[in-house]
Design a protein around this ligand. Structure first.
Ligand code: ADP
Ligand code: MG
Length: 320
């Protein structure tokens, strides 16, 4: 699952990285390279090892085995230099609630050692980027979650880091604020900065140039969203099935051969099958017999969420 590494040209290089806590393996032999300017998405259920990997890359935790470098700096031997050359927004980012927007920016400028003659210009950049100019005097505690996140990102990039790590930056904010936050991520990428971002929102994974899916410490899929969807289409097919009676439909389908998986998706079902034409015929017949009306039954393109659900379920079926 490695991808075309060219030494020295990568923002992030991870090679056979393992992190254990006692007997527990939190990160299990992970290898990933991230190109400069790339938006790299890191996905996986809670406890998969995403934050642990990011903490290692930020020089906050030492690897147990393997190696990793950021901006060409080894995480095990150059943690101080790495911290100067990255932006990091943790899951629980630490803004000072009792300070104003502007005061938080001034404070973090000092922490990150932004040169005195650059501070005004960088503050202006952060306020403009985050659209916080009108709120510069507002107390941070009075901002909504979405605005706080924008401010936290602004504070994390004051020192113009070439690589930015964002650990679940959009969790808990509304979809409109999340969308706006992704516009900021694109701005960073267009300016040549590399963004390494974790999220558990599947729709957000679609915005990334490439994604890795992590499960129980291992990377189980890696590639551009489109490639991962195409790969799934080669091994199985996905049907959208909307009927008058979803419960009865599930009962009927459980007994049919050729059905690999069944998942509730909105008001309908996503049915994973090995062969679409045969399955459609069998489903029609079975539902006809039970007098369930079919409103929609057709093959559809899998979403990234379908791909990830299928991959994780396949992992869960594997014997321990
Ligand atoms: P994610 O960010 O994907 O939700 P984490 O990297 O935070 O996952 O955690 C991965 C696993 O490692 C979890 O089971 C967590 O409990 C465990 N873990 C994380 N940090 C520590 C630690 N300092 N000591 C012991 N276990 C830890
Ligand atoms: Mg985490």
């Amino acid at each position: 699952m490695n991808d075309h590494p060219q030494n020295g040209t990568h923002a992030v290089e991870i090679e056979n990285l393992t992190k254990t806590f006692g007997d527990f393996v939190a990160v299990d032999n992970v290898s990933i390279t991230v190109a400069k300017g790339e938006i790299f998405g890191f996905l996986g259920p809670n406890g998969a090892g995403k934050s642990t990997t990011i903490r290692i890359l930020c020089g906050l935790l030492k690897p147990t085995l393997g190696r990793a470098s950021v901006n060409g700096l080894d995480v095990a031997t150059k943690p101080e230099e790495i911290r100067q050359s990255i932006g990091y927004m943790s899951q629980k980012f630490s803004l000072y609630e009792g300070l104003t927007v502007e005061e938080n920016i001034d404070f973090f400028s000092g922490i990150y050692g932004v040169a005195k003659d650059k501070r005004e210009a960088r503050k202006d950049y952060a306020l403009t980027m985050a659209s916080l100019k009108d709120r510069r005097g507002s107390l941070t505690r009075e901002l909504s979650g979405g605005w706080k996140q924008r401010l936290a990102l602004g504070c994390a990039i004051l020192h113009e880091p070439p690589v930015v790590f964002l650990d679940e930056p959009t969790s808990g904010v509304d979809p409109i604020a999340r969308r706006a936050f992704w516009d900021l991520i694109y701005q960073l990428s267009e300016a040549g900065q590399t963004v390494f971002v974790t999220t558990h929102y599947m729709d957000e994974a679609e915005y990334c140039h490439r994604v890795a899916l992590m499960y129980a410490g291992k990377v189980i899929a890696l590639g551009p969203p489109k490639q991962l969807k195409d790969e799934m289409s080669q091994v199985c097919h996905l049907l959208q099935l909307d009927t008058s009676d979803p419960l009865e439909t599930m009962r009927a389908l459980e007994k049919l051969p050729g059905i690999l998986d069944l998942a509730v998706f909105g008001a309908g079902l996503h049915v994973t099958v090995s062969e679409a034409e045969l399955a459609i015929e069998a489903i029609r017949k079975a539902l006809d017999e039970r007098q369930v009306q079919i409103r929609r039954l057709e093959a559809i393109q899998p979403s990234l969420e379908d791909v990830f659900v299928a991959l994780i379920e396949a992992e869960e079926r594997k014997p321990a």
